[in-house]
Design a protein around this ligand. Structure first.
Ligand SMILES: Cc1cc2nc3c(=O)[nH]c(=O)nc-3n(C[C@H](O)[C@H](O)[C@H](O)COP(=O)(O)OP(=O)(O)OC[C@H]3O[C@@H](n4cnc5c(N)ncnc54)[C@H](O)[C@@H]3O)c2cc1C
Length: 415
């Protein structure tokens, strides 16, 4: 493989189209919802911008061509996500959370399931939502725990030709939809087997709207992603046809883990997007502000060095994430390792770099008129969502390192 980070003409076009959409549509979305008092009101106020995103074809660009979409791979998604997320993390997460909700179907679904369940997401109209229902009240870092750990608590039992699902979920992006009645499709991680070993008793079942039994409890008033919906809700005897089992019965944990590999590489890019927005503001501030002194503050060595350090970390995070995306696209054996590293590095760098850049700008960065408050609030989610870096992601790396066959040079291609 040649090492060449030059974008193809198609990728450059995608980058410019995403940048233009972010500037023309997303940049004006936040003032519409930011002052609204409840998370649900804020989420509802993002619907026109989300509809515009769908109409512009961005959701289709996340669905692979064999499934009827226009996605050419994870690197293309990363290029697009960086542009959109750097301008509005909330609405971009609503779209990418929907893609996460479809991933089990895209990875493990039959042609019949893909054709039937993906159809609303391939149109360039409406505001279709999907959710990946893994997290539960009481924690989900140990979903793979054997007894006496509880692991996954939500259950599905077969009655005639239907699964009947009971349990509670929390933090699932857009799961209760625009009206509390449920997203168009929910991929539910649940226990289907009577036996207790998680590797063989957890499955993923697709629940289609409309269905009775989605019990909205509350919309979490999260620290960041203020225009995005993460509800807590229950399944009370929710029915899904038997044919909506995605992949093998008992194969749910493996399918979850496969779904989360690609998203890990993208979370690295989310970090890049937020750092990049903070950097652009800070550089301009340093070039133009004298703060009562003689020279623009960039002339002070301490300021220049801090900006240089920040830029270096942004570049490093971007290329590690692109490398991870490429490894996922090419089914490289080091894809899991690189994706998790990109997730941990990009997410933790984002919190560090945004905080460092606030010190460059100084006290005015603490004014909500400036972008730092929102960027930092959004960044704080990155190390703890999509599998928290402590409870899940580092544990996955630790497990790899302990394997006898682990090869430290695999990720460099020099094994
Ligand atoms: C904006 C946003 C969107 C989200 N969207 C979704 C979604 O669409 N679908 C979804 O399912 N979830 C979603 N989540 C939840 C998110 O993915 C969490 O990462 C996930 O719930 C796991 O959280 P956790 O690792 O903190 O686990 P928890 O089980 O809550 O663990 C808490 C802490 O306990 C410690 N811990 C627990 N077990 C171990 C262990 N074995 N080893 C070491 N430490 C341990 C760690 O310190 C860990 O951080 C979202 C969250 C946010 C903020």
């Amino acid at each position: 493989m040649a090492i060449d980070f030059t974008l193809t003409p198609g990728q450059r076009e995608l980058q410019l189209a995403s940048r233009a959409f972010a500037r023309d549509v997303l940049s004006s979305a936040r003032p519409v919802y930011e002052k609204l008092p409840t998370p649900e009101e804020r989420f509802l106020a993002t619907k026109p911008a989300y509809e515009a995103m769908v109409a512009a074809g961005f959701l289709r660009k996340c669905i692979p061509a064999p499934a009827g979409g226009e996605n050419a791979g994870l690197i293309d998604m990363a290029i697009m996500a960086e542009e959109l997320y750097s301008v509005n993390a909330s609405i971009t997460l609503t779209m990418l959370g929907t893609v996460l909700g479809l991933l089990p179907i895209l990875i493990g679904g039959t042609p019949e399931q893909c054709g039937r369940l993906l159809e609303p997401f391939l149109r360039k109209s409406g505001a279709p939502l999907a959710g990946f229902c893994s997290s539960e009240p009481g924690g989900s870092a140990n979903a793979a725990s054997p007894p006496p750990g509880e692991g996954v608590r939500t259950t599905a039992k077969l009655h005639d030709d239907h699964w009947v699902i009971n349990g509670r979920k929390k933090w699932v992006s857009s799961a209760t939809g625009w009206d509390r009645k449920g997203a168009d499709v929910l991929c539910v991680v649940c226990r289907t087997g009577a036996e207790t070993r998680p590797e063989t008793s957890v499955s993923i079942i697709a629940v289609e709207r409309p269905t009775p039994g989605i019990m909205f409890e509350r919309a979490i008033d999260a620290i960041g992603h203020r225009g995005h919906l993460t509800p807590q809700f229950g399944f009370e005897n929710v029915r899904a046809p038997r044919r909506n089992l995605i992949g093998e019965e008992g194969g749910g944990l493996a399918l979850s883990s496969a779904s989360f590999t690609g998203t890990a590489a993208l979370v690295g890019i989310f970090g890049v997007a937020l750092m990049r927005a903070a950097f652009e503001f800070s550089l301009n501030f340093a070039l133009t502000e004298r703060r009562g002194g003689i020279h623009p503050i960039i002339e002070h060595q301490a300021v220049g060095y801090a900006l240089a350090d920040a830029k270096m970390k942004i570049e490093a995070a971007r290329y590690l994430s692109w490398r991870a995306c490429h490894a996922v696209d090419t089914q490289n054996p080091a894809a899991d390792e690189l994706a998790i590293q990109a997730k941990i590095y990009g997410s933790e760098m984002a919190v560090t770099v945004i905080t460092d850049l606030m010190r460059v700008v100084g006290i005015d960065s603490y004014d909500n008129e400036l972008p730092f408050g929102e960027l930092l609030q959004d960044a704080l989610a990155l190390p703890i969502f999509d599998g928290g870096n402590m409870g899940i992601r580092r544990r996955q790396l630790h497990t790899m390192l302990k394997r006898r066959e682990y090869d430290p040079l695999l990720a460099s291609g020099a094994a």
